[in-house]
Design a protein around this ligand. Sequence first.
Ligand SMILES: [Zn+2]
Length: 346
Amino acid sequence: MTSSRQKPAPRPSSAFLTVDPEKDGKQVGFLMIPHSPDDDAWGATRIPVAIIKNGSGPTAILEGGNHGDEYEGPIAICDLIRNLDPGRVQGRLILMPANNVHAVIAGKRTSSVDGLNFNRTFPGDPRGTITQQISAFLSDHILPLGDAFLDLHSGGSSLDIIPSAIVEPTDDPQLHKRNVAAVQAFDAPMTVVIANLGEPRTATATACRQGLVTVGTEMAGAGTVSLDALKICRRGVANVLDHLGIVARDTPEPRRGDGQVLELPGTAAYVYATADGIFEPFHANGEKVSAGQPAGRIHCTWDPTRPPETLHYAADGILYGRRQPGRVRPGNCCLIVAAPYRGVLS
Ligand SMILES: [Zn+2]
């Protein structure tokens, strides 16, 4: 499955694993990134990694904690690390529940050590900051081991998003078909194609460039653990691992989704704040909206003489996500609209 792929040559790096990806059974250890701050000259940043391997078969890499304030995916990955019997695995799982570990420990989106958003650093730099070194090790040493990559995000502290499985766009039509099939196997309430406005520095964009079957998620958010989204996430991960032929489900699950695929229609998907104030949304997630329709108002409650500023939608579709904090400044993303997908599915 991996033989025809273009694998990048690994760049020299001081990072190392305490587990052996080629060994059968279950190992739980760390990716060690040498880290030399004031109080620890020869210390290391430790990123948890578990290998569960049994016989021959495909390899799936599961990532959580890409952002440190997104929780459902990491919980589902830790469940697998603790509870999955290696005898049920046909192939290999590489389980990484806390990849931007300093952000995870701080419960923040970005790293508390270098301030970087891990998901804007790929393919990383093995001689860069800690976050850049983590993404470099993933790019050079972890992703090349995989046939499939599951990147489990949620909306984080600033957004609440309808629980959904995400297709990362790729120029490779064969990979696109396999990605859509794997994402639909997740069977989230919604399947959405998200191009991140063409952003190439994400983990999923990197996995696609390396030819891995790639599945993303956005599981609610608002900086909390959603009970519904956690159930959807656990079930979806099991569905995808069954689809990949790595861990068969005990009992087949009936499909719940209607198979509809949506997309974020470019820049028109986003409603940004245009003023400093308090954002009042006009709709709940899941409501149908249309281009030109008033979307909400920004109030300046400390200057009541100033009239509220009205924001408008720029696309037809459904309200897919909403900003959580009421306080906004110009440029903040207040709302996100998803529209029916116009591309090819199969
Ligand atoms: Zn995220």
